[in-house]
Design a protein around this ligand. Structure first.
Ligand SMILES: [Zn+2]
Ligand SMILES: [Zn+2]
Length: 631
């Protein structure tokens, strides 16, 4: 039978959510865009949720929402503990803990964008219970780079971590501080900007040096962490610049740093490990864009991820070279551009406001915009729908999709392309021209990095479980013994001991659930809300209002029925009549001899009977809400 902990509620009088907490004071500012762009070039686990059979829903057990974290003893003397709290079962919410003695440092604090499985949810955060319970130990948070899957969770969790100092290189540091302004209620952060390759000592046990790496956003870095058990080389998102599969001298220089170093633990990005060979180098993508931009007869509209900051910078430079004006549109793109401006990473002579594009000849205009994933209300969406205030597509316009298709967004991109083609503009995508390069290295790039570093243990990060497995196989083929590779899950507790000669994974796990940001509500409890949203979306809602004489238990009148998203009631008179008869019978049978009447029991019985009846008649199982009033 139904065991879902759904509280029967009166939808119009006192709104309660399924946990009985009042919702009235919570203002929901749910996101407007269903398909959000993510970190440049990375995948996602989107896709459309198939219809779940009714049984699975009905049989679900109530979740234990108030779980306490398991008792995990502190690390023994001489043990370095490594705990990935996120990023090893998904692309997103990256966060890793390093603990020695009574000191903890944390690397990255990202979030994940919501997927089709979590309707209405804005973001998913890593579970930081482990840190919350060890707040006093947390000495520092290091940020590898300014992408949201590495910084997004900061405003939500930094206080839970005890507000430790945050260290990042300049670009990341500016993005973090700028974003913090959107959270005026959060205590000020203690931001430290790393300018060179200085070494930072944290507490008694950690000493951290930084080295530059190539990715899609300026100032991406790797960390070299000296600990009492040896040195950890921590690398997250990375690609390798190359010419025809040969890493450039600059890359060789980056990794020459490792020549005389023995690393105990090495971690690395797994995002594109299943793609063979070397990825298209960024320089090739920019070369193609250069050629198109130079000769294009009309306006050029380039759609890319705002996270591809380095490409945005280069496109501005290319436009400058050909004396063309650039207009930028899209909130995230504008925000990043403000930082680019503050850091003087480009000359700003040729940037004009979007309102002024018509003041120049068409072939002098380049527009950089977001929304090439077909996100609702984005710049591209508005151009396609002909609702953009300043851009109306002309036949002479050329549109470049300088971005990949993130899995899950195929349908919205198809729709977008249909609309654009209908307006007869010239469209160029990454499938027919080399106009997009990923920020994440393919298999051979990752392999090359492995070969630059002498390490004992390897732990793949940044990917779904299967990607981590493929990455582990790669490490093995490159000579790392199988027993020296750890494939973690979120919450795995990995311990390195005996001066860096022993590694093991503890049997306990740190709490690692998904914490959801839903408007102003944050927590694991949102799972229950989401389950209701999914049922509402698939099967609708069925409300029965019953007035019962509390003395006799008889109905005062025939039950009222309200329903949305279930069946078209006007054409289902027979069903409604059947439901009314059933409810009347059920209520009067249940209340017979019951004095005083227990309304909760009545509601439960009515819910079960009606749900069964509706499923038999329609094959649908809407949320059934009985409102039983004693009058
Ligand atoms: Zn990144
Ligand atoms: Zn990332």
């Amino acid at each position: 039978m139904n065991t879902t902990p759904r509280v029967n509620q009166q939808p119009h009088s006192s709104p309660h959510n399924t946990q009985g907490a009042p919702l009235a004071h919570q203002k929901h500012v749910s996101s407007t865009s269903r398909h959000k762009h993510r970190d440049g070039g990375r995948g996602g686990n989107g896709g459309h949720r198939g219809r779940k059979p009714m049984q699975t829903r009905m049989n679900r057990q109530p979740e234990n929402l108030d779980k306490k974290s398991p008792l995990i003893p502190p690390p023994a003397p001489g043990v370095l503990r490594v705990v990935p709290l996120g990023g090893t079962e998904e692309i997103g919410k990256n966060m890793t803990v390093l603990e020695y003695g009574d000191e903890i440092i944390v690397i990255d604090a990202g979030f994940q964008f919501s997927e089709a499985e979590t309707p209405g949810i804005d973001y998913i955060l890593p579970d930081v219970t482990y840190l919350k319970e060890r707040k006093a130990k947390v000495k520092a948070l290091f940020i590898t780079h300014g992408h949201y899957d590495h910084i997004g969770a900061i405003p939500y969790i930094i206080e839970d971590m005890g507000n430790p100092p945050i260290y990042s290189r300049e670009f990341g540091s500016m993005i973090i501080q700028k974003r913090q302004m959107e959270f005026p209620d959060v205590a000020p952060i203690d931001m430290h900007t790393i300018r060179g390759t200085e070494t930072i000592k944290i507490g008694q046990h950690f000493s951290i040096t930084f080295f530059p790496i190539s990715h899609a956003i300026p100032d991406s870095m790797g960390l070299l962490i000296e600990t009492p058990v040896g040195t950890v080389a921590f690398v997250e998102d990375v690609r390798v610049d190359h010419i025809d599969g040969k890493p450039t001298d600059k890359e060789k220089e980056h990794y020459a740093f490792f020549k005389d170093k023995n690393i105990v633990l090495f971690t690395l990005d797994s995002t594109s490990v299943e793609k063979p060979g070397f990825s298209l180098p960024e320089s090739k993508a920019l070369g193609t864009i250069d050629t198109i931009l130079k000769d294009v007869p009309g306006r050029l509209i380039i759609g890319t991820f705002a996270s591809q900051v380095e490409r945005v910078i280069q496109i501005i430079n290319i436009a400058q070279k050909y004396n063309k004006m650039i207009a930028v549109d899209g909130r995230s793109m504008k925000t990043n551009l403000e930082i680019v401006k503050l850091l003087k990473l480009v000359k700003f002579d040729n940037i004009i406001p979007i309102e002024e594009i018509d003041k120049y000849p068409a072939n002098k205009i380049v527009i950089l915009a977001t929304g090439a994933q077909g996100e609702e209300y984005s710049v591209f969406d508005r151009i396609a729908n002909k609702t953009h205030k300043y851009i109306t597509l002309a036949k002479s316009d050329t549109v470049i999709f300088s971005s990949s298709v993130i899995p899950g967004n195929e349908r919205s991109i198809t729709k977008l392309k249909d609309s654009l083609y209908r307006q007869e503009a010239h469209i160029i995508t990454y499938t027919d021209s080399a106009v997009h390069a990923s920020g994440h290295g393919n298999r051979d790039e990752l392999g090359w990095i492995h070969q630059q570093i002498k390490y004992r243990y390897f732990m793949p990060l940044h990917g779904h479980h299967f990607m981590l497995r493929i990455h582990a196989e790669l490490a093995e083929t490159l000579g790392t013994p199988k027993e020296n590779i750890v494939i973690p899950d979120n919450g795995s507790i990995i311990e390195i001991s005996e001066q860096g000669t022993k590694i093991n994974v503890r049997k306990e796990k740190a709490p690692s659930g998904s914490i959801m940001v839903d408007g102003f509500s944050i927590g694991e409890h949102q799972k229950v809300v989401i389950r209701d949203r999914q049922t509402l979306a698939e099967d609708g809602i069925f409300v029965i209002v019953v007035s019962v004489n509390p003395r006799t238990g008889k109905l005062r009148k025939s039950p009222d029925i309200i329903s949305r998203g279930f069946v078209y009631l006007k054409e289902q008179q027979e069903l409604i009549a059947g439901a009314r008869t059933l409810v009347t019978k059920t209520v009067e049978k249940t209340t017979h001899g019951m004095q005083p009447i227990n309304f909760d029991i009545v509601k439960t019985v009515v819910t079960d009977d009606v749900r069964r009846f509706l499923f038999q008649k329609t094959g649908k199982s809407p949320i059934v809400i009985p409102v039983v009033i004693g009058v």
